[in-house]
Design a protein around this ligand. Structure first.
Ligand code: GLC
Length: 584
């Protein structure tokens, strides 16, 4: 059924079998004719950890479908599914072995169709993850390359090079993998002799594709069409600042303190240009996205592309969302901003101005599957570069109550901002990072490739709690869970919070309902002066928003409180609290 190259077969395409969310859908929360993504709240589902219907301890597509109503009820506009494609799961599915099929661990294509249909019935759009920088070494493309001689067409799909040194015994350059260790692995030829090296910016099982090869570009257009024809509403593009490498692959050493994905310490100076790594943010990527945009524009229903690009400064990131490229990019400078009023005001201002200058909405995000959950991160007292994670021996251990209080305040602020916001599953329950996972349960390749020096990202990927007193907290009917869930998560379970005034879940629900009622996603930010440097004070479409990031209470303005992230008494806004008020 697949073409000889193992790509998504265009002949097999299910043209117009499914369309994206129909304009006439009564349930649709947004007018399908509008550019819905400009103001959407998009909920990230991490399939391994959302809901497990099969009972094997790993979440799956049927599990997601069964729980979709909860997301509609929460009030989000769309879901983004992290990868569910065929994969040996060496990097939790970001190591794709077939871009056009579902891994049996998650179900099959029919399960995907059912999920998508149900989501659309509920008025939820569906965004899937596209992983173009690298494929799994299990992918047929790579296996064929390995079985072919140096210089062959098959090898030209990836970045194979001869080694340095007399016998080619040294890697072709000094690049380090994002997950630790060298970014090159040497192959063995058919006769057993050491062969060429291949590049992998991530795990050794994730080989970088060669995007200067038109064959690779054609394959990915097929893949886009395969999913567009199935009716998906958009793509989250993994490592969208990668793909193209600088000619000659020059040596490069990242600056001290940079995050795993190439970003630096954003909040120090979000406008300063960092030196450009020769494997990230190369000019050549834009041509690829322009081609993809043309493909998406052929389809109805405003399909969209969102870039995962750890690029700074914001001005450079804005190049990804010029009118003929992607629609959105994750705002990681915002995510990396600490809980300080001045830094927050600055990043909000710059984001609105800079994305706005190219006609794109800003996005806002506080958590995802690659960072320490913000209910923990916002109360860390030591530097924690992205991707390093935290564990029992990390410095600056979190203070859980403070973290949750700040997280609730930070989310309430985020959801009041114009543009599009991303939520990560479990944050609506106030879940913290799991810090004390046993070493032998960890699965992130970062942990293994750094010999345990970096804990990696498992702590934010623990399966989420649905029912406090069910097996695996309602995640799986058998009680299995691929990462152990902390006993105290009983209190965080959805059923323990649903309908409970003041719970984190009800805060999210109320904020999303008010955001939609006042169309805050389509509004503007007007700063309110005079409340002191520690308060982020703004007005957006008739709603006054005050976030106190200082350590003392501040007198509240007069007026009706519409939403509060924590208790507010006697006209005082306590520290680490956000309120929304009706503006006079
Ligand atoms: C992206 C993903 C991350 C993955 C990496 C390699 O950053 O979000 O989870 O490990 O790409 O694909």
């Amino acid at each position: 059924m697949r073409d000889a190259l193992g790509a998504c077969n265009t002949v097999e395409r299910v043209t117009a079998r499914h369309s994206a969310l129909p304009a006439a859908s009564a349930e649709a929360r947004v007018d399908a004719d509008a550019e819905w993504w400009r103001s959407a709240v998009i909920y990230q589902v991490y399939p391994r950890s959302f809901a497990d219907a099969s009972g094997d301890g790993i979440g799956d597509l049927r599990g997601i479908t069964r729980r979709l109503e909860h997301l509609a009820d929460l009030g989000v506009d769309a879901i983004w599914l992290s990868p569910f494609y065929r994969s040996p799961q060496r990097d939790a599915g970001y190591d794709v072995a077939d871009y056009c099929d579902v891994d049996p661990v998650f179900g099959d294509l029919a399960d995907f169709d059912t999920l998508e249909t149900r989501a659309h019935e509920l008025g939820l759009r569906v965004i899937v993850d596209l992983v173009p920088n690298h494929s799994s070494t299990d992918h047929r493309w790579f296996q064929e390359a390995l079985g072919s001689p140096a210089g062959s067409e098959e090898r030209a799909r990836y970045i194979f090079r001869d080694g340095r040194g007399d016998e080619g015994e040294l890697p072709p350059n000094n690049w380090q993998s994002i997950f630790g260790g060298p970014a090159w692995t040497r192959t063995t030829d058919a006769d057993g002799a050491p062969g060429q090296w291949y590049l992998h910016l991530f795990d050794a099982t994730q080989a970088d594709l060669d995007w200067s090869n038109p064959w690779v570009r054609e394959r990915f257009v097929d893949i886009l069409r395969f999913w567009l024809d199935r009716g998906v509403d958009g793509f989250r593009v993994d490592v969208a600042h990668g793909l193209v490498k600088q000619e000659g692959l020059p040596d490069y050493t990242p600056p001290e303190g940079s995050g795993s994905m190439g970003g630096g310490a954003f909040d120090d100076d979000i406008t300063a240009a960092a030196p450009l790594p020769p494997y990230f943010a190369q000019d050549g990527v834009h041509d690829i996205y322009r081609e993809w945009r043309r493909v998406l524009d052929e389809y109805d229903g405003h399909r969209m592309l969102v870039a995962e690009a750890w690029v700074e400064p914001l001005g450079r990131l804005a190049e990804w969302v010029r009118p003929d490229e992607m629609h959105q990019a994750f705002n990681f400078p915002y995510l990396e901003t600490k809980w300080h009023a001045e830094g927050i005001r600055e990043v909000v201002d710059s984001s609105l101005a800079i994305f706005g200058s190219v006609g794109a909405p800003s996005t806002w995000v506080l958590s995802n599957h690659d960072v320490v959950r913000h209910a923990t991160r916002l109360a860390l007292t030591a530097e924690n570069p992205q991707g390093h994670g935290i564990g029992p021996s990390s410095p600056g251990q979190p203070v859980p109550e403070l973290g949750l209080q700040r997280a609730r305040a930070a989310t309430a602020l985020m959801l009041a901002l114009p543009g599009s916001a991303y939520l990560y599953q479990g944050e609506e329950l106030g879940l913290p990072e799991v810090v004390d996972l046993p070493d032998d349960e960890r699965e992130d390749p970062t942990w293994f490739r750094t010999g345990g020096e970096r804990y990696g990202r498992d702590g934010c990927r623990v399966p989420i709690p649905w029912e406090g007193f069910a097996p695996a907290l309602g995640f799986s009917p058998t009680g299995e869970s691929w990462l152990p869930q902390p006993a105290e998560w009983t209190a965080f379970a959805r059923d323990a919070q649903s309908g409970v005034p003041g719970s984190t879940l009800e805060l999210y629900r109320a904020a999303l309902a008010l955001r939609s009622e006042h169309a805050l996603g389509l509004g503007t930010v007007e700063w309110i002066p005079g409340l002191g440097t520690d308060v982020v004070a703004l007005q957006n479409r008739g709603v006054t928003v005050l976030a106190n990031a200082g350590d003392a209470g501040v007198e509240l303005l007069d007026g009706e409180v519409l939403l509060a992230s924590g208790p507010v008494d006697d006209g005082v806004l306590p520290p680490d609290t956000t309120v929304w008020m009706r503006a006079d």
